[in-house]
Ligand binder design. Structure first.
Ligand code: HEC
Length: 418
């Protein structure tokens, strides 16, 4: 996957298309022209602009952008012609000329089938709770075909006409969230009939969104099992965290503001020292499993998190000035992070993850490695960083942070990442 500078304008184009289509949908809904479907305005047409096609075909995207520019130019010319009558001939000629010269890529290429929920976004917030609920739905309803590990090889898979897709791929992030939701509710079909059954009436909307959350975690762990990396960066799951002297709050509150380092700690792996470059969050195994003096120190850190009181509002202050900033106690968090690391729950302690400021998990330092080594970033482009001080000695964690910041996640909606 390369990321030439052309991808910058492409990213802007895709975001603009997404914005225009969803704002247009909101306006139609406000005017009462379209109804709602599953709790949000329903897309009333059978087609939408296929951002996912533009993203994989830069030549098509370029033609599409020129076409939009020509249409915009023609509209401006016509408006000017109306106001400035004396020049109307020239302006009309310019408008017609622009429209003739514009490339008109075939609509078959840049339009795709849409469903009423195409522009829906997941209401779950990708929380650990929702992922855990999704895991239960998945093992009861989906694993028979999709496989416990999400690689499409469940016991029923061989009896199907079409093999379920493997989740060890970027499939889930290539599709619009709302279309995945629709496919699970109403099933999928091809020319010869149903390929996947629908679950409407059997699962609630909430359960379907939760199953999709869990499938994203499965995709990360299936990717780890298949190739040792995540197919795409996965969002940092949100959960309630306790930080020194502050009321409990959701981890997602840091999204858009601060990098987060997550560290799995247990008796043998005490909390690391805090680092001002990111928020350090400890994920602990349930107290029942953690015993011994180091576990007691982990517990002490957690207790201090609620006990310390003097705090400057708006800033995160480390516990004791040296140890981790915040602690997560959600009982399922350990399991969820183990899956994301592709590690057994028993061998997770000592693992570290880094999330960028936009809330994407980007890098992983596995337990055995004891810290960061070069190449911690899980999903990179081949972009080379334009830093002048490459030669100066940098520790691997700093290198990973710089790489992460220099290569943000792009094209998330209806396209692929990077
Ligand atoms: C009877 C077997 C079967 C069951 C049960 C099943 N699936 Fe599928 N699933 C499939 C097949 C086959 C496909 C590929 C369909 C296709 O591409 O036409 C698929 C595709 C998908 C996709 C990809 C959709 C896309 O847009 O490409 C998702 C997501 C999915 N399934 C989720 C689920 C979830 C969630 C459940 C449980 C609630 C589930 N499936 C249960 C067989 C199954």
């Amino acid at each position: 996957m390369t990321s030439p500078p052309s991808h910058l304008w492409l990213n802007a184009l895709l975001q603009a298309l997404q914005f225009v289509q969803s704002t247009w949908l909101g306006a139609l809904y406000a005017l009462g022209i379209t109804d709602d479907s599953h709790g949000a305005p329903a897309w009333p047409w059978a087609l939408r602009i296929a951002g996912e096609n533009l993203v994989i075909d830069v030549a098509l995207a370029r033609q599409f952008a020129w076409m939009l520019a020509a249409i915009a130019f023609a509209i401006v010319c016509v408006l000017l012609a109306v106001c400035w009558r004396r020049a109307w001939r020239w302006l009309t000629a310019a408008a017609i000329g622009a429209l003739i010269l514009a490339p008109w890529p075939s609509p078959r290429l840049w339009l795709t089938a849409a469903v009423p929920t195409s522009f829906h976004t997941s209401p779950t917030g990708f929380t650990v709770d929702s992922i855990a609920r999704g895991a239960r739905v998945y093992s009861a309803q989906c694993a028979a075909c999709h496989g416990v590990d999400g690689r499409g090889e469940g016991p029923r898979a061989a009896t199907l006409r079409r093999w379920p897709p493997t989740m060890a791929s970027a499939l889930l992030s290539r599709r619009a969230d709302g279309e995945l939701f629709w496919h699970v509710l109403y099933g999928m079909r091809d020319d010869q009939g149903v390929t996947m059954p629908g679950f409407v009436g059997r699962l609630s909307d909430r359960e379907v969104w939760a199953a999709l959350d869990y499938m994203r975690v499965l995709s990360a762990s299936a990717g780890m099992a298949a190739g040792g990396s995540w197919p795409v960066p996965i969002a940092l799951p949100s959960m309630v965290v306790r930080c020194a002297g502050r009321p409990d709050r959701a981890l997602s509150a840091w999204r858009g503001h601060q990098r987060v380092r997550v560290v799995a700690v247990d008796a043998a792996h005490p909390p690391p020292f805090e680092d001002p470059r990111f928020l350090t969050l400890l994920v602990r195994r349930g107290d029942a499993q953690a015993t011994g003096p180091a576990a007691a120190s982990v517990r002490k850190v957690a207790t201090a998190a609620t006990a310390t009181t003097q705090r400057t509002p708006g800033e995160v202050t480390p516990l004791f000035g040296t140890r981790a900033d915040c602690v997560a106690d959600a009982p399922e968090a350990w399991q969820v992070f183990a899956q994301i690391a592709g590690a057994p729950a028993s061998g997770l302690a000592g693992t570290e993850w880094l999330a960028d400021r936009d809330g994407w998990l980007r890098a992983l330092a596995p337990a055995g490695r004891r810290g960061w080594a070069d190449g911690g970033l899980m999903c990179t482009t081949s972009i080379s960083l334009q830093d002048g001080d490459k030669s100066s000695a940098r520790d691997p964690l700093t290198a990973t942070l710089r790489e992460m910041d220099g290569d943000p996640v792009r094209f998330v909606k209806g396209g692929f990442v990077h």
